[in-house]
Design a protein around this ligand. Structure first.
Ligand code: 5AD
Length: 352
């Protein structure tokens, strides 16, 4: 059987051609999927054992200068109540996260220039010097000048998440009226060159996205070889131009997670909140299809619901401690174990 051979090749060689990926995506059956997921799980176990790394996610501002067609906090959405956490608020979130055992803090926001280079470098320094144990700071703040990326890194930031969103230039430019495809990629190259552990990734089920586009997403990632790969379903938000479009499915997203694990086997792959939003067990299914990271939210409950990139996002009424233990139970329920270490990628560890 041709598809079994392709899956075996992906498993053994960590490689597939564009044509092979497209052929797989276009004819995959439920049995093929189970086969793929079990190969992805085995591959994850080979590199990371049964460990799942946790990151405390702080969504510190929903103010954004960009206008991405899919995103609920796009600049044009006047219905969002905007908020900004002060550096002091953010430090308090970190303290709470540290108490809960997190040793990575992900600082995520819209592209909000109120947080200047000075404010950010000062904040990063304070977080890095605050605790007895070593912690990692991950930034997810979008596009800035290379100089700023450099000074944030110099002040102690360890990692940077910036999804490429889609590897199709035409689709990228349609979805991002305020951004350029080439610039996005240049940012990722710059971040990598500076020395950050970099996270890239994409959405599944974007309007107009083809199997060939998804194959390109995987091949782009293979070439970039980031430390982390975030893959989530597109979920329409009613207050955006894509509000009436169809979204991505759980199955299609899991297939892409599993293929990412096979093709870039040493990467860190989160079981995304968006998957958990589409299906009550979405993140658990991702953990059984090659994912090995979860990013529980530690944003203060008072502002959580305002950080709605998509609708019906889970955990909106929860408190940081709820998410901490809820996630641990879910991880254990699928026979895996929480690891509260920094959770660096193999690629990063091997570099020394
Ligand atoms: N559905 C799913 N994911 C989304 N993101 C933004 N808007 C949506 C949406 N409507 C994703 C983007 C971004 C990440 C932080 O959230 O991929 O990079």
């Amino acid at each position: 059987n041709k598809k079994q051979d392709l899956l075996e090749k992906a498993y053994q060689m960590n490689d597939l051609t564009k044509e092979e990926i497209i052929a797989l995506l276009e004819s995959i059956t439920p049995e093929d999927r189970e086969n793929l997921f079990s190969k992805a799980l085995k591959t994850k176990e080979k590199y990371y054992g049964d460990k799942v790394y946790l990151r405390g996610l702080i969504e510190f501002s929903n103010i954004c200068r960009q206008d991405c067609l899919y995103c609920g906090i796009r600049a044009s959405n006047t219905k969002v109540e905007r908020y900004r956490l002060t550096p002091q608020d953010i430090l308090a979130c970190c303290d709470q996260g540290y108490e809960l055992g997190y040793r990575t803090f992900v600082l995520q926001s819209g592209e909000d220039l109120w947080y200047t280079e000075e404010i950010l470098t000062d904040l990063i320094r304070q977080i890095k010097n605050r605790y007895d144990q070593e912690i990692a700071v991950t930034l997810s703040i979008g596009q800035r000048d290379a100089e700023i990326y450099r000074s944030l890194f110099a002040s102690g930031a360890d990692r940077f998440l910036m999804r490429h969103e889609t590897a199709s230039e035409a689709l990228y430019e349609r979805l991002h009226p305020t951004m350029r495809f080439e610039e996005r990629r240049a940012c990722l190259d710059t971040l990598k060159e500076i020395g950050y552990q970099v996270g890239a990734g994409f959405m599944v089920g974007l309007p107009g996205q083809t199997s060939a586009d998804l194959a390109e997403d995987l091949l782009y990632l293979k070439k970039l070889h980031p430390d982390m790969i975030g893959i989530g379903p597109f979920i329409p938000h009613s207050e955006t131009p894509l509000g009436t479009e169809k979204g991505g499915t759980v199955e299609d997203t899991l297939v892409m997670v599993a293929l990412a694990r096979l093709l870039i086997p040493d990467s860190l792959i989160p079981a995304t909140t968006a998957l958990g939003t589409l299906h009550p067990l979405g993140r658990e299914m991702a953990l059984q299809a090659g994912a090995n990271v979860v990013m529980p939210i530690i944003t203060p409950t008072s502002v959580r619901k305002k950080y709605a990139l998509y609708e019906n996002k889970i955990c909106g009424d929860d408190h940081p401690e709820d998410c901490r233990y809820c996630i641990e139970r879910r991880i254990q329920a699928v026979g895996q174990k929480v690891d509260l270490g920094r959770g660096d990628s193999w690629k990063f560890i091997a570099k020394g």
